[in-house]
Design a protein. Structure first.
Length: 190
């Protein structure tokens, strides 16, 4: 999935790109932040802060962070004067990437922060066992597998999602359209 919003005059273009195996909850966190008219109070604006609070440490290259188990890396290209794109990669080994997400240099920090907040969330995510194994080092840390998801669980999750999305949108302001006045009569005839 790629996102390249239209920019107005004077605004820098940016992008967000998610690889095929990027967990859906991370993409959802980003799209929720993108479509939210007003970010929640207390939402982090520094993409690195949620990771630091979760025990991520500086990467060997010095321009990013690595997860405590060494399976995920966040890297920021560029320099302090000219920051570049963000890259987030999950791997099983240095030569075995599982997924990657990218955010352009001019991507809004709140969107990258929404992604990193979801990435740092330690809550296990239920996954349906599709017969294919989920690539992971420790399935107890990354996910909770289940073969059956009760319908009531899905319905409750959907209701909560709809409720939370609906609650964040306020009623749009009413646009007053001037009423059309009939043309002035000039009492002339042809």
């Amino acid at each position: 999935m790629d996102a390249q919003p239209r920019c107005g005059a004077g605004q820098a273009r940016w992008y967000a790109s998610f690889g095929a195996r990027t967990p859906v909850e991370l993409i959802a966190a980003t799209t929720d932040a993108l479509t939210d008219p007003a970010p929640p109070a207390g939402a982090p604006s520094d993409p690195l802060e949620p990771l630091r609070q979760s025990g991520w440490s500086p990467a060997a290259a010095g321009n990013g962070l690595v997860s405590p188990d060494g399976t995920a890396y966040l890297q920021r290209l560029g320099s302090a004067d000219e920051p570049g794109a963000w890259f987030v990669t999950a791997t099983l080994a240095p030569d075995r990437p599982v997924w990657q997400a990218r955010f352009g240099a001019h991507s809004p920090a709140r969107l990258v922060a929404a992604f990193t907040t979801a990435l740092a969330d330690p809550t296990p995510v239920p996954r349906i066992d599709s017969g294919r194994s989920l690539p992971t080092r420790d399935p107890n840390i990354v996910t909770h597998r289940t073969t059956d998801v009760p319908a009531v669980y899905v319905a409750r999750a959907l209701q909560e999602r709809v409720r939370s999305l609906a609650a964040r949108h306020t009623t749009p302001p009413t646009i007053q359209v001037p009423s059309r006045q009939p043309p002035a009569k000039n009492n002339r005839s042809r």
